[in-house]
Design a protein around this ligand. Structure first.
Ligand code: NOJ
Length: 700
């Protein structure tokens, strides 16, 4: 029997350790000492790790390793040969985001393992242990026996120690990430996308995801037995799911771990595991609100294609530009402006031109008209997943936008999962996955080419968000979940629970272009949206994105001027964010501080249950006077009741106040907490503060 040398390295904040051929296991602790990760090579030399929090197992022994294309599996016969650790504590500034400053405080441990016999291949597993979770990744160093690496499968496991409830969407199914969330026992998960969110029997919250997905395949999770999940990499048409030259590192496998759902959301672990900004001065990346020629196509009253119902006409776009200018929106998105939408574009996407407009859309004149009015067109590149066609035109397409002063583009990859068409080295079209290695490369290529021209990117049908906005701050948002469009034509449409589910699942990954603000609450054919008006407003605060659409039609906003005022007022860039309460899938209240003033905004949403939530305003500054403009569900409001029933109240508040938020079934509440008494819109100066502010009560 092999003598097991049980030397354990305990790293405390500020200390570091280094050892050669050290031991059979290595342990590393979080800065607060509560989280512990242990890595070992087991009896057969299998690398494994486990996670403990407050002395209790969170993740039981779980395997690490790979199946490779051109060599034996990398999964056993290892010994631990080197073990280095260091403490990291730094604070960095976001150019835009949910908060301005982010603290990156963790303990890093690099554990190198080498095969004892045979090719003696080595890999390093790097752990970063935070107070609120763990990230780890594999590094493949340069070595003669493993120069070209073809990864057939990654063997990483996550053996959840306790029984748990899971919130998850299926991974590897045709509709990419666009599913309603399942809420099941963990033992009923099949194959899931990440982030997957778990609440264990003892109330611990865990979200498993990944960070810095660069030149690698996205990770799905398959339940292999009991509560044990295993990585499954998104496929590639070229055989191995990942092909890389060493040296390289995989994305980080991440576990956010907290006592509460709010704790998961407040974690910056994913961003901290990404590389710092690579683009230098990004002051040209502007958070903004936008309107657009969009909802009418989803309602079916206009078309993307040319013809009598064509939406993207010069006249219609001028109308939107005028509306945007009058109401303080920076952007006007125009979909269906370019040639290629006629016929069955969804099936192939090979007709798309990204430089030629339909004849009834004068892009040059419109870009100039918009600029004159202080507005920018927002570009649109729908590819139908045909990246062969798109990549061929990418440079010219972005050059055109740059020339016209269009500084943001919405890209789109409408194709069933596995249906991305890419040009192979053999000159033929290959079918790829939206989250495969090739698509991870494609998105970064678009983002980098756009950055060269000072253009921001908002990708729909994207690869999942893994925090790359830190490295590429022009990657401002993406879709990657069921958005508002499902309320136009979805069957079923988004349920009240869906948006609440998003908060503690999809939104952990990063900003989402959900496109809220449909105050008419009406989808295609007059279908009722399962929401209230107050909730539509709350979504601007609850579902974070630095670009937010006001998705409804201008004529509908004209009908609802009072709630529309909140959409005009709400900022999109924040210096601070607090989750005031929340339970996964049930409700959430988030408060955010405007990056450019002392104002705060609060949003609360609930599932189909009515609720009264108490929130303390203790986050407000001491000694400062504020005025809260409250948009709450009115009498009989509800997703099945009167969605338009809304009460608007303005009252003075201070940090010593506690508010009772009454939320109707499927409803919400939005509050502007301003140092100024009342908003008169972006184009008029606020009235001077009255000596003694009078509460105003207003029922629509
Ligand atoms: C799907 C996108 O999510 C939607 O916003 C867009 O309008 C259509 N594709 C067409 O590009």
């Amino acid at each position: 029997m092999r003598l097991r040398l049980a030397l354990t390295l305990l790293l405390l904040c500020g200390s570091a350790a280094h050892a050669q051929v050290v031991a059979s296991d290595a342990t590393v602790r979080s800065p607060d000492g509560k989280m512990t990760v242990t890595m070992r090579v087991s009896g057969e030399g299998r690398p494994e790790y486990s996670i403990q929090r407050n002395g209790r197992n969170v993740i039981d022994w779980s395997r690490l390793g790979f199946i490779l294309a051109d060599g034996p599996k990398l999964e056993r016969n290892f010994e631990l040969v080197q073990d280095d650790g260091k403490a990291i504590d730094e604070t960095w500034e976001q150019p835009w985001g949910e908060r301005r400053f982010v603290r990156n405080r963790c303990t890093e441990q690099r554990v190198t393992i080498r095969e004892k016999t045979g090719q003696r291949r080595a890999i390093t597993v790097v752990f970063r242990v935070f107070d609120d979770g763990v990230g780890f990744r594999y590094e493949f160093p340069e070595q003669a026996s493993l120069a070209q690496v073809g990864i057939v499968e990654e063997l990483t496991e996550f053996a959840v120690a306790e029984p748990a409830t899971a919130w998850w969407i299926p991974g590897g199914e045709w509709n990419r990430y666009e599913y309603l969330y399942n809420r099941t026992p963990l033992t009923e998960v099949g194959q899931a996308h990440t982030p997957i969110t778990l609440r264990t029997a003892s109330g611990l919250h865990i979200a498993i995801h990944e960070a810095a997905l660069v030149d690698y395949a996205g990770m799905w999770l398959r339940r292999v037995s009991g509560q044990r999940l295993k990585a499954v990499l998104s496929p590639s048409s070229s055989g191995p799911k990942v092909s890389r030259k060493a040296p390289f590192a995989t994305p980080w496998r991440t576990l956010q771990i907290a006592d509460t759902a709010a704790g998961l959301y407040m974690s910056d672990l994913i961003l901290n595991l990404n590389e710092p900004n690579k683009l230098g001065d990004v002051s040209w990346v502007k958070p903004f609100k936008y309107v657009g020629i969009w909802w009418e196509m989803h309602l079916g009253t206009k078309t993307w294609s040319s013809g009598p119902k064509h939406g993207a006409t010069t006249a219609e776009t001028r109308r939107y530009i005028d509306f945007a200018a009058a109401n303080g929106f920076r952007g006007v998105l125009v979909e269906g402006w370019n040639k290629g939408w006629d016929g069955d574009w969804f099936a192939k996407g090979d007709e798309f031109s990204f430089t030629e407009a339909y004849p009834d859309f004068d892009i040059v004149a419109l870009a100039a008209y918009a600029k004159k009015k202080g507005v920018r067109l927002v570009g649109h590149h729908e590819t139908a997943g045909n990246i062969a066609v798109y990549e061929r035109q990418l440079g010219a397409a972005l050059d055109l936008y740059a020339k016209l002063g269009i500084d943001a583009v919405k890209t789109g990859y409408v194709a069933d999962a596995g249906g991305v068409q890419a040009l192979g080295d053999d000159g033929r079209i290959h079918f790829e996955w939206h989250d495969g290695q090739l698509q991870s490369r494609h998105h970064l290529r678009v983002v980098e080419e756009a950055a060269k021209r000072h253009i921001a990117v908002n990708a729909h049908e994207p690869i999942k968000d893994t925090g790359l906005r830190r490295t590429y701050p022009n990657w401002v948002a993406r879709e990657g979940a069921r958005g508002m469009e499902y309320n136009a034509w979805g069957d079923p449409p988004n349920s009240p629970e869906h948006e609440v589910n998003l908060v503690f699942t999809r939104m952990l990954a990063g900003p989402m272009d959900y496109t809220p603000g449909v105050l008419s609450l009406t989808g295609a054919g007059g279908k009722r949206i399962q929401s209230t008006v107050a909730r539509q407003l709350a979504l601007y605060v609850v579902l974070y994105s630095p670009i937010q659409m006001a998705a409804d039609l201008p004529e509908n906003y004209a009908k609802y001027p009072k709630p529309f005022q909140f959409i005009k007022d709400v900022p999109v860039d924040w210096s601070d964010t607090r989750v005031l309460n929340g339970e996964v899938g049930d409700y959430a209240t988030i408060a955010r501080k405007d990056r450019h003033s002392n104002d705060w905004y609060l949003g609360a949403i609930t599932d189909e249950q009515p609720r009264t939530l108490q929130v303390s305003l203790g986050f407000l500054d001491d000694g400062r006077k504020y005025y809260a403009t409250i948009y709450r569900d009115g009498r009989n409001a509800g997703f099945e009741g009167d969605g338009q029933s809304l009460e608007i109240e303005t009252r003075p508040v201070s940090r010593y106040d506690t508010l009772q938020l009454k939320l109707a079934p499927g409803g919400g509440q939005a509050i502007r907490i301003s140092t100024k008494p009342a908003s008169r819109g972006p184009h008029s100066s606020p009235k001077p503060a009255p000596k003694k502010p009078q509460p105003e009560f207003d029922v629509e």
